[in-house]
Design a protein. Structure first.
Length: 264
C-alpha cells in the first residue's frame, strides 16, 4: 500500500533530538536547513504539512552547560525555556529563506484530554494550514509538570496526526527502521519493511532509548504507531540523516518501516 502515499494530502513529520543535533547536543544547522527546504517544497506541492520537533530541553541544557538531559522538573522547565527560543528562531530563519511562514504551537496533555482545549487546538491547526502556514509543534515543557506533560514527542506527533486527521506520519530518527533484533549489537538483524499491526511480538523488537539528550526509543515509536493505526493514520520510521528521504517515503519507496492503518 506504499504506492498510495503519493496521494496523501496531509503529512506530519516528527524530528527527534538526535536528528537535529550533533552527539554533543549542539544544533545541526545544515540538517535543519535541509529539512526546511524539503518541507517547504512539500507544502508548495499542495500538501498540508505539520512539523513536530524535539530538542528544546536538550539544546537548552547544553546552552546552560548541563552535561546531560535534566530530570528535575524545575531544571527541565528552565532548559526548555532557553532551548525553545533558540530552536524556533533557527527554524524561522531557515524557513524564511524559502518564503515559508511558520508558527509555534506548544501542547500539554491538557490540550488533548480536555474536550474544549482539544477542539481549540484542532481549530488553530486547521486555520494555520488554511492560511498556508506550517505549524511547528512541541511539548510545552516550560510549564509542564508530571500531571500534564506528554511523555515523549513520538506520542505527541501521533496525537497531532490524529487531531488533524493526517494521512501520514513520518518519524525521522537515528535508526533507519525497525529491526527484528538490535542492529547495533547484532549484524544479522533484519529490517522489518512493513507492519500490518503492532502486536506484542512486534513490541518485543524494541531496544533501548536513544542519546543522552533524548527521551524516545523504538518502543515509543511503536506506541506512536499504535495510536496512528487506531486513528487511521499511516506511519513510517526512517533514518533522519537526509531529510530528502521524506520525498522517497511519499513516492512509495521501500525505505524504513511502514505501518499500515485502518485506511490501508
Amino acid at each position: 500500500m506504499r504506492e498510495l502515499l503519493k496521494d496523501c494530502k496531509r503529512v506530519v513529520v516528527k524530528v527527534g533530538t538526535s536528528t537535529i543535533t550533533y552527539p554533543n547536543g549542539l544544533l545541526n544547522l545544515k540538517r535543519i536547513e535541509e529539512l526546511a527546504w524539503v518541507l517547504t517544497d512539500l507544502k508548495n506541492s499542495g500538501k498540508d504539512v505539520v512539523l513536530v520537533t524535539s530538542g528544546a530541553i536538550g539544546v537548552g541544557a547544553v546552552r546552560m552547560g548541563m552535561k546531560e538531559r535534566p530530570t528535575v522538573i524545575r531544571q527541565k522547565q528552565a532548559a526548555a525555556a532557553v532551548g525553545q527560543a533558540m530552536i524556533m528562531q533557527i527554524y524561522h530563519n531557515f524557513f524564511d529563506r524559502y518564503n515559508q511562514t511558520v508558527a509555534q504551537v506548544l501542547l500539554t496533555k491538557e490540550e488533548i484530554s480536555n474536550d474544549n482545549r482539544y477542539q481549540n487546538t484542532k481549530n488553530t491547526m486547521e486555520t494555520l494550514m488554511e492560511l498556508g502556514v506550517i505549524p511547528i509543534v512541541n511539548a510545552n515543557d516550560t510549564i509542564s509538570t508530571y500531571e500534564i506533560e506528554i511523555s515523549d514527542n513520538d506520542r505527541l506527533s501521533a496525537l497531532v496526526a490524529e487531531i488533524i486527521g493526517a494521512d501520514l506520519l513520518i518519524l525521522m530518527t537515528d535508526i533507519d527502521a525497525l529491526y527484528d533484533q538490535d542492529p547495533k549489537t547484532n549484524p544479522n538483524a533484519k529490517r522489518i519493511s512493513s507492519v500490518e499491526w503492532v502486536t506484542d511480538e512486534i513490541k518485543k523488537m524494541a531496544g533501548d532509548k536513544g542519546s543522552q539528550f533524548s527521551v524516545g526509543g523504538m518502543l515509543t515509536k511503536l506506541q506512536a504507531a499504535s495510536i496512528c493505526q487506531n486513528a487511521g493514520v499511516r506511519m513510517s520510521i526512517v533514518l533522519g540523516e537526509d531529510p530528502t528521504i521524506i520525498h522517497r517515503v511519499i513516492a512509495g519507496d521501500d525505505v524504513g518501516t511502514f505501518f499500515h492503518s485502518k485506511k490501508a
